[in-house]
Design a binder for this molecule. Structure first.
Ligand code: SF4
Length: 207
């Protein structure tokens, strides 16, 4: 099937986890973008803030092809960070490609509020193909760390009927993944901070 435009767009990534059960309902392909200027006090992902920081630059089409190659074994894709919507063209192209070529669900976790997204054409386009957007700054005083919300002020913006509140409440709070190279990755809303094992790579849910 023909894909969408924008697949050559470079995308700054912090990391990718091909299969995760703690970043939305079901098993999901998860992309952590690199770069976030929102600076929420208490953010547990500071290593994702620097735009040129750790990570790599990949083409949107390459990342989409990788996710779609596993489509028979996953429920959907989740985009988190860092701040995905600081690279709206890449996010829009990726989500559109996934939507065009599969029935995978799309979840975007962002520090921008729904109002901030709706006021900006590029950000609006970036979430146009999302089933669910988890929107708003992390607020450490309102820490929740359940479902897909790091703090209770964050909004579940359901854009389709794909997921219910019960689906989101059932998302595991913590997942520990051991890769073939012995890299241990913590992820999920309740992942412990700073606990990195061999391979010194750890990732968090969007806070
Ligand atoms: S919580 Fe999310 S939006 Fe806030 S500073 Fe951290 S990465 Fe950025």
């Amino acid at each position: 099937m023909a894909g969408v435009s924008g697949l050559a767009t470079p995308w700054r990534l912090h990391a990718v986890l091909p299969r995760s059960a703690a970043n939305g309902p079901g098993v999901r392909y998860v992309v952590w973008s690199q770069g976030c200027a929102l600076n929420c006090p208490g953010c547990f992902n500071p290593e994702t803030h620097s735009a040129p920081g750790p990570g790599l630059v990949r083409g949107v089409g390459e990342v989409a092809d990788e996710a779609l190659a596993d489509a028979a074994h996953i429920e959907g894709v989740t985009l988190t960070g860092g701040e995905p919507l600081e690279q709206p063209a890449a996010v829009a192209a990726f989500c559109a490609e996934v939507r065009a070529r599969s029935s995978l669900s799309v979840i975007v976790l962002t520090g921008f509020t729904r109002a901030e997204i709706e006021a900006d054409p590029a950000r609006s386009a970036a979430v146009a193909d999302a089933d669910l957007v988890v929107a708003g700054r992390y607020n450490a005083r309102l820490r929740l760390a359940r479902g897909l919300r790091g703090s209770s002020n964050k909004e579940y913006w359901t854009r389709t009927g794909r997921y219910t509140a019960d689906d989101l409440a059932a998302v595991p709070e913590l997942e520990i993944t051991v890769a073939d190279d012995a890299t241990v990755t913590f992820t999920g809303m309740a992942a412990p901070g700073g606990e990195f094992f061999r391979g010194d790579r750890g990732h968090r849910g969007h806070r």
